[in-house]
Design a protein around this ligand. Structure first.
Ligand SMILES: [Zn+2]
Length: 330
């Protein structure tokens, strides 16, 4: 919050800071809009967010890093001046502030917010979603996950709590309502940042997608994946796998955005694969390196914002500072 206010103080004509709603414990969910406020032409908008899983810090850090990169370079860099003259970049560093404070994946109710959206919601079967619908037991006992050992046959594995019904949580309600506002305002693409399977992936995560993608949509999303594979160290993944098998998730925000607004929508998993995202085991080290690895991805999407909104081939190459992307870590 200090940093966001600092940005706002230093760059009052480029920054607007506002709350989109509150967490279960009443913390504000802050959003920063970066754009040239003196330019009143019609603009495309996009949203990048982080920490929907509270233990996955890198997404939130990446939002702050990108904001600062755009602000510092607005005056001297033509590409960035063009981006901020023609688009509104919305960044929400902490979708799940309560979880971030406790350093846990879920929110204060023990719900995995990235299973609480209204898309193929609440699939219990382990290989079709692996979630259960639950509030707090007796109103105060959180049950964020259930683990069944292998001897229970096909029902073994980890199940996460997706909440009683779609949008049962104040954080997902705030995101839904905010994105519906963006939907009336040339919403062009969405990136939901996580830690740490070191990849980018695209819809569908759902076991049962509500419709087939068109060829044009499939081609564009794969074009982006190919670009990421060629130009960054991240793996381009169209079908998420875990321990070598296809895994489906239900109620995922990336899928919901694609269903609701029919715009390009991505999950970006920052950091190496050393980090264990479910329980939050692992180190958040080499942060500067990891932040630098995110810049090519964000800049590529930003320079192509109009192509993405209109489902045209995103073939504009971003100009990047020297040393970006950095050499992969050994
Ligand atoms: Zn995550």
């Amino acid at each position: 919050m200090e940093l966001l206010n600092d940005f706002n103080g230093k760059y009052p004509d480029l920054v607007n800071v506002f709350s989109i709603g509150q967490s279960v414990l009443g913390k504000d969910i802050w959003c920063i809009r970066v754009t040239n406020e003196k330019n009143h032409t019609r603009k495309s908008s996009c949203l990048i967010d982080g920490c929907i899983h509270g233990s996955e810090w890198e997404g939130g850090e990446a939002c702050l890093y990108l904001a600062e990169y755009l602000l510092i370079n607005f005056d001297g860099n033509k590409t960035i001046a063009h981006i901020l003259n023609s688009s509104e970049v919305y960044l929400i560093p902490l979708v799940n502030p309560d979880g971030r404070q406790e350093n846990v994946r879920w929110n204060e109710n023990g719900v995995d917010l990235n299973r609480n959206f209204d898309i193929d919601f609440g699939r219990l079967l382990p290989k079709r979603g692996g979630v259960f619908r639950f509030g707090k037991l007796f109103g105060f006992i959180k049950i964020p996950y259930l683990y069944f050992p292998r001897l229970l046959g096909p029902f073994f594995g980890l199940f996460t709590n997706c909440g009683r019904h779609p949008f049962s949580e104040s954080e997902t309600q705030a995101m839904r309502d905010f994105m519906r506002d963006l939907g009336n305002n040339d919403f062009s693409f969405y990136v939901n940042c996580h830690t740490a399977t070191h990849c980018i992936f695209i819809p569908w995560d759902a076991f049962k997608p509500p419709f087939e993608m068109t060829e044009q949509e499939t081609n564009l999303l794969h074009y982006v994946l190919n670009w990421v594979g060629k130009n960054t160290e991240y793996e381009p993944i169209s079908v998420p796998t875990y321990n070598g098998t296809r895994y489906y998730s239900s109620g995922v925000v990336m899928d919901w955005v694609f269903k609701e607004f029919r715009i390009p929508s991505f999950v970006f998993e920052i950091l190496s694969t050393d980090y264990e995202p479910m329980m939050g085991h692992g180190k958040h080290d080499n942060l500067v390196h990891w932040m630098e690895t995110t810049l090519p991805v964000f800049m590529y999407l930003l320079v192509n914002i109009d192509n993405l909104r209109q489902w045209r081939t995103p073939d504009i190459q971003p100009s990047l500072p020297e040393g970006v992307p950095p050499e992969p870590l050994q």
